[in-house]
Design a protein around this ligand. Structure first.
Ligand code: ELE
Length: 289
């Protein structure tokens, strides 16, 4: 069965990670039917966390579940390797990394070497491919050349790009990371989805999967369109800060705040976002869409 993986947000209060809130949110998502927790992803503000904070997040989530993917990427190879080792020591089955970002013009050979070095520290390494954020595409052919990766989370609007990993690397697990392609990822036979929207509407994603498995693709598509509308609304306010508001407003518990420079939304924006989000959900629930 296709997996629904959540890139869990990182709850901050006064700039510090609130471990208890992270644990509660993680438990709630698992109860809602999410399969694995992706720690220190984009939504978790991975690139903005210190190595110590990445470890804090991991340990908090491990107190709740061992169904974890530990994202360790950064621009300091020594730190990346030490986090990979730490993950192994703590019994984490899967780690992941984005490619070294910011630096332009890195030859492919350096990207290949970066991932090979991580594979030297851990048995199960996934690529987190996110070309629009990272500035480089680690495509299926590069993955073949790397040779040791066991999976990829491809945040990419092209489902064909994700399928290409399967074509070229048949044994590999492939997940698409775009919120708008949850249904498509499941229906095309990828291994699942890594969707930020799973933070605030996990049950809807689980329902999309169920509908697809029952062959009710039209109904699944409708739910997907609801997710798309929510995501598009949230992106208008800044996606990651909005996710905190939507979790609290839709799921009913506090998850703290993001950390500047991802500034939290102001009161007026919060209310506006939530009112509009609830209207979207009501419209679909009443079948008016
Ligand atoms: C996605 C982003 C993609 C989720 C993570 C994720 O947070 O680690 O705006 O579609 O590029 O990568 O949410 O956002 P867009 O896997």
């Amino acid at each position: 069965m296709a997996e629904i993986i959540v890139p869990v947000l990182t709850p901050f209060n006064d700039g510090k990670i609130n471990i208890e809130l992270l644990k509660e949110h993680t438990s709630s998502l698992l109860k809602a039917g999410v399969d694995r927790i992706f720690v220190n992803g984009t939504t978790g503000m991975g690139p903005a966390l210190s190595p110590g904070e990445k470890e804090t997040n991991l340990k908090a989530v491990l107190e709740v579940t061992d169904k974890v993917i530990f994202q360790v990427g950064s621009l300091n190879m020594g730190e990346v390797k030490s986090l990979a080792r730490e993950g192994k020591e703590l019994g984490v089955k899967t780690i992941a990394s984005y490619a070294p970002y910011y630096f332009t013009g890195l030859p492919k050979s350096l990207i290949v070497r970066y991932f090979k070095e991580i594979c030297g520290e851990h048995d199960e390494v996934y690529l987190y491919n996110y070309p629009s954020a990272v500035g480089k595409d680690v495509d299926a052919e590069t993955v073949k050349e790397i040779g040791c990766l066991k999976g990829v989370k491809d945040t990419n609007d092209s489902i064909n790009h994700s399928l290409q990993y399967k074509r070229v690397n048949p044994g590999m697990k492939v997940f698409n990371g775009a919120d708008t392609l949850v249904m498509t990822s499941i229906a095309t036979g990828l291994d699942g989805t890594v969707s930020a929207a799973a933070n605030f509407v996990p049950e809807v994603l689980v329902e999309i999967r169920r509908k697809v498995s029952e062959g009710k693709v039209g109904e699944a598509m409708k739910l997907q369109f609801m997710v798309d509308e929510l995501v598009s609304l949230a992106k208008g306010y800044g996606y990651i800060p909005s996710i905190y508001v939507l979790v609290k407003g839709i799921r009913g518990y506090d998850v703290g705040n993001p950390r500047p420079p991802l500034f939290p939304l102001g009161d007026v924006e919060r209310k506006e976002l939530l009112d509009k989000a609830i209207k979207i959900m009501e419209k679909y629930n009443k079948n008016e869409a």
